[in-house]
Design a protein around this ligand. Sequence first.
Ligand code: SF4
Length: 263
Amino acid sequence: MIGLMPVKLDEAISEKKALLKALYEVFEDEVKKYPFVCRPGCADCCTVNVIATGIETILVLDSLGEGEKGKLYSELSPLKAKERLRPKVTPNEMASFYMAGKEPPLDEGFVFEPCPFLDEKNLCRLYEVRPLACRTFFSLKLCREAGEAVVPPEFFSLTMVFMQVLEEIDIAGVYGNFIDLLLFYLEKEKAKPEDLVIPETILANREAPDFAIPPQHEEYVRGVLARLYKHPVGDKTFKELLDAVKARIKPKEALSFLGEALS
Ligand code: SF4
């Protein structure tokens, strides 16, 4: 359990959602520049291993009515104890390991079962509000023909950095397997705050130590990042609002974890 960690699940939700939508917008504009071959109905990458942040989970649940949420809970409950990828570190923790010249713990538990949100035509039922991780699944060649996704290396670097920024947006929030997060938030809606227990499979989000970018991709990735930071969100830029959210939440105790993890 991470109950003693300073996770603050209900802070700055509307600002975080606005930042998240801006992040999705800038990322998707960038995706359009690549000649990816992925098409609707091609969903080999849609598995139970998708990871997400708490704020993305909230955005998904906001898009559902009460009846749909009840149905979703019934659908997902049988999957609660099943094996799937449950990350051991968040993207910002991973970057901290790399920056310290250390290898992060390897992710385990990949299970190649289809995502429960695929419909009978292999289309995503949550497409408009799907998490960033889902928005990063692309290939320059059909995976079935190439045997695996063919991802331009600079695009991969960009996705890693956007995952880091995503975690920053949801500072003092949580990170984990998307199915686990949905179940947790659906239970949270019904639980009394004092009864709420965060499962040990769900991690606390961290601030970015810096961005882990290979030198050959620095110029490209930082260029896109600069566009994201200048992107308007209400009457502020993305960066101004992100800094305001971080200052408001002041997750300093949460950040002390990094020293411990790397010592
Ligand atoms: S949520 Fe949607 S896009 Fe993401 S893995 Fe599931 S079906 Fe695919």
